[in-house]
Design a protein around this ligand. Structure first.
Ligand code: OAD
Length: 237
């Protein structure tokens, strides 16, 4: 049975997305050549140590990423997944992206594994603020006086436990699981398609390139997500 038929028959569908799905919206991926900011790689800036050492530099990088996100609109890949949610009885969108584009596209049941770029959190009292304003070189501070940090999970930090356990439970119960635009390198998200496959799901990958999971999936499509997802899923956008 082809993917469209499987989706039609499925009670539970889960999707994991990564930076690749937002590439066609103009947001640089992390590991692609365009993912570099100045001379830095994401792994050098997205850490608690980097923030402690130089909060201004880390905020400057996030300010740059926030501006990219603010200019971006959902592409046909995001829209196709939002449409898929309307036809699948139980649907979960698990994303490593922090850009908020899935919600803008109309997706509802979203599990954000790595936080959200529009939220900031106080390093002392953990109060949250949401703002889309550019920082303009200023370091953001909480009402309590302490520094705010992006509400993003950095390298070396734990993922939100409840979100993560829901993601794994959805991967275990899905009959169809899609992995879209993720390099499948970053733990623990990269285990989700593996767990889904081991639990009996039909697993499909959409990625420009081969990844560590390409060999084990049931179908791999090495194409742009925005170009292929609407027809692959059989949805009108
Ligand atoms: P990566 O930058 O590691 O991978 C993006 C993937 O998308 C690559 O495998 C590309 O081949 C693929 N790709 C690029 N353009 C595409 C397109 N148009 N259609 C389909 N695929 C495309 O991004 P992630 O896998 O999301 O963490 O990285 C995982 C995490 O590492 C990120 O969430 C981030 C990063 O450090 C945090 O910020 C906490």
């Amino acid at each position: 049975m082809d993917l469209k038929g499987r989706i039609k028959n499925a009670e539970r569908v889960a999707v994991l997305t990564g930076a690749g799905i937002s590439a066609e919206s103009g947001i640089p991926t992390f590991r692609g050549a365009d993912g570099l900011w100045k001379q830095f790689r994401a792994e050098e800036l997205a850490t608690p140590q980097a923030f402690q050492r130089d909060p201004k530099l880390v905020w400057e990088w996030y300010d740059w990423r926030r501006q990219k996100c603010a200019q971006a609109v959902p592409n046909p890949g995001h829209l196709a997944l939002a449409e898929l949610e309307r036809i699948a009885p139980h649907f979960t969108l698990i994303t490593q992206n922090v850009d908020g584009l899935h919600a803008l596209a109309g997706s509802k049941h979203i599990l954000e594994l790595h936080g959200n770029i529009w939220r900031m959190r106080c390093v002392a009292c953990e109060a949250m603020q949401e703002s889309r304003e550019p920082l303009g070189g200023e370091l953001p501070h909480c009402d309590c006086g302490a520094l705010m940090r992006p509400d993003i999970v950095w390298f070396g930090e734990a993922l939100p436990q409840q979100v993560l356990s829901e993601a794994f439970s959805c991967a275990r119960s899905a009959e169809v699981f899609l992995s879209v635009g993720t390099s499948a390198w970053v733990m623990p998200a990269c285990q989700l398609p593996v767990v889904a496959k081991q639990s009996g799901a039909y697993v499909v990958e959409v990625n420009l390139e081969k990844t560590p999971i390409s060999e084990m999936v049931d179908e791999a499509h090495h194409r742009k997500a925005g170009e292929i997802l609407p027809s692959l899923l059989g949805v009108e956008i």
